[in-house]
Design a protein around this ligand. Structure first.
Ligand SMILES: *[C@@H]1O[C@H](CO)[C@@H](O)[C@H](O)[C@H]1NC(C)=O
Ligand SMILES: *[C@@H]1O[C@H](CO)[C@@H](O)[C@H](O)[C@H]1NC(C)=O
Ligand SMILES: *[C@@H]1O[C@H](CO)[C@@H](O)[C@H](O)[C@H]1NC(C)=O
Ligand SMILES: *[C@@H]1O[C@H](CO)[C@@H](O)[C@H](O)[C@H]1NC(C)=O
Length: 420
């Protein structure tokens, strides 16, 4: 130490004291920052915006309020009421049979039971009109007429699909789906009344909805002339042979005329008589009081950025239901590219989705993976007492279909599906 000057000595001892103090100070500062961040996270919860309150959107909202109670959930839907659309073949054919409260449910009260709902849940009645991926916000045209922008941390697109019958495009309008309008009951009433006074009807397409609808109508209106047109070799293309044969047999017993290998190319109502003319690919024309198309599904995607969609207009997702183009965006239900668009797939999809959102938001839990290989479970009533279906490799007998679904199209226990 002898060769240090006094000044050097002072500097040295000063820095010996200062260094630990500095270390202590910066450690404390880091800790304060961390506490602040934790507090921030607590006071500004992550917001998940869910677009669409049909089967998938309602199931998702329940899942979030249950599994991720810290998140704020905003549910957007054009109507404030849920339509139990799977009963539509019966509702249209037999007006008044199923009471209104068994197929129309107010949406917002479904979530009143969650303790966190008052603070963390908001239902917005309106139509999503645009998604801003950069700004992470959704534009909504509220039913009151006001435009609003809602910011999200995570977005769940559950806008589903529609059909040409639902929108009345090249088809007499029948609400087989929750339409984007808020007038499903008025649409249902018009369909019921028009069909009630019709003498003939052509149904285009012989998938599950076409077969159920034909079977229901035949039972309700034995005097109605019903023609089912399919472009395949028999009804229920894609299902097992015994199921297809059984369905055709029941329909024939009910005097439904089945035209096979005939593709409908156009259909339009006469502007004066209202009678429909249907043209098929082989150049034939058929006429009837009503034509209802039950073929095809149309994605509800008008507001979704093209970068999220595949070439057919569905949201391309991975097995976690995250968008392949943007990991803040998820999609679930009919709107995804997964082609089995069945209500029976929704609960399985939603549980995978929720596990992933939970992991994103809380860092906890295992991320579920969706397995697309699942055995098919469909039951199709054709009137009250019979029907067919496919349960894995089993074709259920008519009485079983009747017992499971035919008596009321699940409306008796409808609340169970959406109550969470
Ligand atoms: C929505 O995002 C855009 C950025 O792309 C931003 O300009 C706008 O302020 C955002 N709106 C809200 C309400 O956050
Ligand atoms: C629905 O209607 C449009 C317009 O007529 C038509 O282009 C389209 O092919 C139809 N979709 C299906 C699935 O039939
Ligand atoms: C989502 O898309 C926006 C706009 O392209 C981009 O800025 C953002 O980084 C993307 N986010 C993720 C997580 O991919
Ligand atoms: C989703 O719906 C199914 C019934 O379809 C139900 O069993 C399940 O509990 C629902 N999920 C949540 C999170 O409520």
């Amino acid at each position: 130490m002898t060769d240090l000057t006094n000044n050097q000595r002072i500097y040295l001892s000063a820095s010996l004291v200062a260094l630990p103090l500095f270390v202590l100070w910066s450690w404390r500062q880091r800790r304060l920052n961390a506490i602040e961040a934790a507090e921030m996270a607590q006071t500004s919860p992550k917001t998940v915006v869910v677009i669409g309150a049909s089967w998938a959107g309602i199931n998702t909202t329940h899942g979030l309020l249950k599994e991720v109670p810290s998140a704020k959930v905003v549910l957007i839907n054009p109507s404030d009421e849920f339509y139990f659309n799977i009963a539509s073949p019966r509702l249209v054919s037999k007006p008044g049979e199923i009471p209104r409260e068994k197929y129309i449910y107010p949406i917002a009260p479904l979530f009143d039971k969650y303790p966190n709902a008052k603070k963390n849940f908001e239902f917005v009645q309106g139509k999503a009109t645009a998604i801003d991926l950069e700004g992470k916000n959704v534009s909504v045209q509220e039913s009151t007429g006001t435009s609003r922008t809602i910011a999200y941390d995570y977005l769940v697109i559950a806008s589903g699909s529609t059909s040409n019958a639902t929108t009345g495009t090249g088809s007499f309008q029948v609400p087989f789906k929750q339409s984007s309008s808020t007038k499903v009951e008025a649409e249902l009433k018009t369909a019921q009344e028009t069909i009630k006074s019709a003498k003939s009807i052509i149904i285009g397409g012989a998938g599950a909805v076409g077969v159920e609808f034909a079977g229901e109508l035949a039972e309700a209106r034995p005097d109605l002339e019903i023609t089912l047109v399919t472009n395949t070799d028999n009804v229920l293309f894609g299902l097992r042979e015994p199921t297809r044969q059984k369905a055709a047999k029941i329909l024939k017993q009910k005097k439904v005329k089945i035209l096979t290998n005939k593709a409908v190319t156009s259909a339009a109502p006469d502007s004066t008589t209202g009678k429909w003319t249907v043209t098929t690919a082989d150049g034939q024309t058929l006429t009837a009081d009503i034509y209802v198309s039950t073929v095809g599904v149309v994605p509800n995607n008008e507001f979704i950025p093209a970068s999220l969609l595949n070439k057919d207009g569905w949201v391309e997702v991975d097995t976690h239901f995250a968008s392949k183009a943007n990991s803040s965006v998820y999609a679930v239900g009919d709107i995804t590219h997964y082609s089995a668009r069945l209500v029976s797939r929704v609960a399985g999809q939603v549980s995978v989705l929720i596990s992933n959102l939970k992991a994103d938001i809380t860092g906890k839990g295992k991320r579920g993976v969706y397995k697309t290989e699942q055995s098919l479970m469909v039951v199709m009533p054709m009137g009250k007492s019979t029907g067919t279906g496919q349960l894995g490799n089993f074709t259920p007998p008519g009485f079983l279909v009747s017992f499971v679904k035919g008596k009321d199209y699940f409306t008796g226990s409808g609340k169970k599906f959406i109550a969470g």
